[in-house]
Design a protein around this ligand. Structure first.
Ligand code: NAD
Ligand code: TDX
Length: 396
């Protein structure tokens, strides 16, 4: 029975990972979720999972050596998956220090406790078998790519990757260059600089102490339970609640969208089959300009409302107002990265993973999920969570 310690498991990707693990492995695994429940974490997200005998939860900070140390001693995880982080670029521009503390020092504390707990007695760099520390990183550590094409062009991948990804016929790109694992790290925001610091300290623990680590660097995830400060859930929420739709600059920045369950699958494959010490890029083969994402959401909500009048009470504005006229082009994010594009060839060829969910299918599932789960949206946007965030600042 494998034991997973999942930090940040009450947040967006962490919670979807916990759900994926239970759907895939059932009672053959056990999970301990460690989460500080900042504004971005919500126990409602994993309420059903917490009812199970093989899932436990601790509310705590990854920076707290005593709490983390106790979990290692009592639960003795085989796998640590470190999702916990301050994750929103715009907030990092306002509050860089909190990002450095959580994302770098928090990761270092997790690595320290893993090292202490997993070390074979009497040795300095030999660890008990079957242990793995996975640091969840981001494509943003590679910096920004140019956007070279006005419209997306078909993406040519190697024959080996095409064979793995044979279920996908919609691969396309906005430029000739993509991020590989060898692309030099060049973060440009306080958030991505902090995530880069976490990557470097994770690799340093591998080189210096031999700790069995991996890093995954994924592109923009989307799907259920995404906090409505991020583009896709923010646009859905604003349409429903009668607000306007803020698009930074001209909406031309490109992101590579990955359905969150596909990402969860990649993480579990790396834990179980990845080569120790390796970095794996995880991408969606699915670049899109922000303006097109926003238009797709407007079209999808409009169509679903027409087809299912039962959803109409959720809409706090007349349906005929749900048009592109709701878009406001607003002041751009400072230092806004133009384009991210992840090349996932390594994980495809080494581990047989590829992003299975076409965007058309994933975005429809996502919009429907938000329509069907408005109590969740109301809960995560309530004042209680905002207050907790303020508390976090004052506690440190
Ligand atoms: P999120 O903000 O939705 O969730 C973060 C979770 O971590 C929350 O539950 C929060 O309560 C918890 N947390 C924050 N600080 C903590 C602390 N000090 N101690 C314990 N728990 C703490 O983030 P997400 O979108 O789920 O991202 C998860 C990870 O994936 C992050 O490391 C992020 O950098 C990375 N990532 C996210 C994306 C994306 O598109 N969302 C893309 C690439 C990488
Ligand atoms: O209101 C908005 N309007 C807008 O135009 C918001 C919130 C965003 N945007 C733009 C900025 C980006 O180009 O949309 C794009 C996506 O923005 P976010 O959802 O904030 O994501 P991004 O900055 O790309 O970062 C995300 O992907 C990489 C996650 O938040 C990070 O945690 C992850 O590392």
């Amino acid at each position: 029975m494998k034991k997973y310690l999942v930090t940040g498991g009450a947040g967006f990707i962490g919670a979807n990972f916990v759900k994926y693990l239970l759907d895939t492995h059932g009672d053959e695994i056990s999970i301990h979720v460690l989460d500080a429940l900042t504004y971005a974490g919500n126990l409602m997200t994993i309420a059903d999972e917490l009812k199970r005998d093989n899932v436990e939860f601790t509310r705590g900070d990854i920076l707290d050596a005593e709490t983390v140390g106790r979990i290692f001693d009592e639960f003795d995880p085989d796998y640590v998956v470190n999702f916990a982080a301050e994750s929103h670029v715009d907030r990092s521009i306002e509050h860089p220090r909190l990002f450095l503390e959580t994302n770098i020092l928090g990761t270092q504390n997790m690595l320290d406790q893993a090292r202490r707990s997993w070390l074979m007695p009497g040795t300095k760099d030999t660890y008990r078998p079957g242990k793995r520390f996975l640091q969840i990183s981001t494509d943003e550590v590679y910096g920004s790519l140019p956007r070279e094409f006005d419209t997306p062009q078909p993406l040519a991948v190697s024959a080996e990757v095409a064979k793995v990804a044979s279920g996908r016929t919609d691969l396309h790109t906005f430029g000739k260059e993509m991020f590989t694992e060898d692309t030099p790290l060049a973060p440009r925001s306080p958030y991505s600089a902090a995530k880069t610091g976490a990557d470097l300290i994770t690799l340093a623990y591998h080189e210096t102490y031999g700790l069995p680590v991996n890093i995954t660097r994924c592109s923009n995830n989307y799907g259920p339970y995404h906090f409505p400060e991020k583009l896709i859930p923010l646009i859905i929420n604003n349409i429903l609640t009668g607000r306007r739709l803020p698009v930074y600059g001209r909406g031309e920045n490109v992101r590579d969208w990955l359905y969150v369950t596909d990402h969860a699958k990649a993480i579990d494959m790396v834990l179980r089959h990845g080569r120790v010490g390796e970095v794996y890029n995880v991408g969606g083969f699915n670049e899109a300009a922000n303006i097109d994402i926003v238009r797709t959401i407007i079209d999808t909500i409009s169509r679903l409302m027409h087809d299912n009048p039962g959803y109409m009470p959720l809409l706090k504005r007349p349906l005929d107002e749900v048009t592109y006229d709701l878009i406001d082009f607003v002041t751009d994010r400072p230092g806004h990265d133009m384009r991210y594009a992840i090349d996932p060839s390594k994980i495809a060829t080494e581990l047989g993973w590829y992003p299975e969910t076409p965007f058309k299918e994933g975005i429809e599932k996502t919009v429907r999920w938000y329509l069907d789960n408005q109590p969740w949206m109301e809960s995560v946007t309530s004042g209680e969570y905002q207050n907790y965030y303020r508390q976090m600042y004052s506690d440190r």
